[in-house]
Write a protein that binds this ligand. Structure first.
Ligand code: SME
Length: 164
């Protein structure tokens, strides 16, 4: 399998567009949550520069977010809704772009080297929450509005792959 080897983007917009195309191809034909989440995290990890962690937290029946497939160092296992960047994205159902995690009240430092972070809520079409997609960087201010739009596009491709 050679998925992802054809990505040759020159701009960030282009990189996300190509990643979205590759993710669509990689995940097509499979609807399993864990399988598609694992391959999605691996694809982003392979192609997105200057990131230190990427992965999923999925909402559990007890109301917590539980870590799912990811790439990078071992991470915090459970996060309560409303706590940290992930819990805030889940509670507010809006993407969180944090230029400096030290300035974010309640940030959960799984990796002390993390300096900036982006978290996108994963919402089904009926508005219910599946979980969040979280990407960290050791670089301050790594993520901007282009990353936010790009990550949201990627998350739509991921959710679409799961069927309804
Ligand atoms: N920093 C996150 C916790 C998850 S890790 O970054 C993998 C937060 O504050 O929610």
């Amino acid at each position: 399998m050679h998925v992802g080897t054809s990505i040759q983007a020159t701009t960030k917009d282009q990189l996300y567009a190509e990643l979205a195309r590759e993710a669509g191809a990689l995940l097509s034909g499979e609807h399993d949550l864990v399988a598609n989440a694992a391959n999605f995290a691996a694809l982003v990890w392979q192609h997105l520069p200057r990131i230190s962690w990427c992965g999923f937290y999925f909402l559990q029946s007890d109301g917590d977010l539980l870590v799912g497939p990811f790439q990078g160092k071992p991470a915090c296992v459970r996060i309560a809704i409303g706590r940290g960047v992930c819990g805030t994205a889940a509670e507010t159902r809006t993407s969180q772009v944090v230029a400096d995690v030290n300035e974010f009240p309640g940030h959960i430092a799984c990796d002390p080297a993390s300096r900036s972070e982006i978290v996108v809520p994963l919402l089904w079409q009926d508005g219910s929450l599946l979980g969040v997609w979280d990407v960290d960087s050791a670089e301050q201010g790594r993520f901007d509005d282009v990353d936010k739009a790009g990550m949201e596009l990627l998350c739509r491709v991921f959710l679409g792959s799961l069927g309804s």
